[in-house]
Design a protein around this ligand. Structure first.
Ligand code: NCD
Length: 320
């Protein structure tokens, strides 16, 4: 990318030092990241190499939880920008000898890491790390708390597909309670001017004192009415306890499953999204997920790469 095509950094510069929570980004920072990602997207689409903004820099991917999309798109993003990318094989590292996250990260930082991408089951692990290491930390998902780069790629997908996100009605549907994606995406969508709703049975809603500005609906009929976008969430069985785990899917598809038929409750032409991985036949019907006329699911995966390029670029270089 020649520099002329780059968006101007926000007035006063890109201000975030880490990306631990979506709240770390000012409105201007968030818009800048989306604009920068829009510049990178054609390079990925056309298989061209952009200016190697991260040449000489070292990116460490530290994933303590399973991941396909997030892990590989962070790896690709760093490689596309010329970084040396290290994927720590957590299962084969000294973590197995009981080394703490702090010591592992400190070791990697001492080897000259310019950015650490962390996925961890402990909420706030990335925040703790950000206080300890001298380089930017990017949260790739911490327990059920936040997943800020997923929120950015979801916002990007909506913005690029619908031509804008402001005033759009977005229904986030399913296991909101255990979803770090819902937590980050709802906050970002709202900040970008969208009207956001959670759609779920009561036992899959977050506690009442959380997300107080977001409307809640307990049926697809109420929740999808007027929606431009319906975002399905995975039923996160691994975050549920005993009995709840066994009961969670019982009758769920019949009441809340997204199908071509239930999508008729939304605005005509409405799009469906899902962060993946999907439980086909639990929260979403496979035929709907695979229908390119209404499904944006693979587009979300596509935008994962340019959005993460933008995040790495802005954080590791200050956007300058
Ligand atoms: C999500 C995650 O891991 O938080 N997936 C993703 O990053 N694409 C959602 C999920 O696990 O359901």
């Amino acid at each position: 990318m020649d520099n002329a095509a780059r968006p101007a950094p926000p007035p006063g510069g890109f201000s975030a030092r880490h990306l631990v929570s979506i709240g770390d980004l000012s409105y201007a920072d968030a818009v800048y990241l989306l604009d920068l990602a829009a510049c990178y997207a054609p390079f990925i689409r056309d298989g061209r190499r952009p200016v190697q903004r991260l040449e000489g820099k070292t990116q460490v991917n530290l994933f303590y939880e399973d991941s396909t999309r997030t892990n590989y798109s962070f790896e690709l993003a760093g490689l596309k920008l010329g970084a040396d990318v290290v994927n720590v094989q957590v299962a084969a590292s000294s973590v197995n000898k009981g080394e703490s996250l702090a010591d592992t990260a400190g070791t990697l930082a001492a080897m000259g890491a310019s950015a650490i991408v962390l996925r961890h089951k402990e909420p706030r692990a990335p925040e703790m790390l950000a206080d300890l290491v001298p380089c930017p930390v990017i949260n790739a998902g911490d327990g059920a708390r936040e997943h800020p780069t997923q929120a950015l790629l979801d916002a990007m997908t909506i913005r690029e597909t619908l031509g804008g996100i402001e005033r759009r009605v977005i229904a986030i549907c399913g296991d909101v309670k255990h979803s770090r994606v819902a937590a980050s995406s709802a906050q970002l969508f709202e900040r970008l001017g969208a009207q956001v709703r959670f759609v779920a049975p009561e036992h899959l809603m977050p506690p009442k004192d959380q997300f107080s500005t977001i409307a809640r609906a307990h049926s697809l009929k109420d929740g999808l009415d007027g929606a431009d976008v319906v975002m399905a969430l995975r039923m996160q069985f691994e975050r549920m306890e005993g009995e709840q785990r066994q009961d969670a899917a019982r009758g769920y598809f019949e009441r809340f499953g997204l199908t071509h038929e239930t999508m008729k409750l939304a605005r005509p032409g409405a799009k469906v999204m899902h962060p993946g991985p999907m439980n086909r036949g639990v929260e979403i019907d496979g035929a709907l997920a695979d229908d390119p006329a209404c499904s944006l699911i693979l587009r979300q995966v596509f935008y994962g790469v340019p959005v993460r390029m933008a995040c790495l670029d802005a954080l590791a270089t200050g956007g300058m």
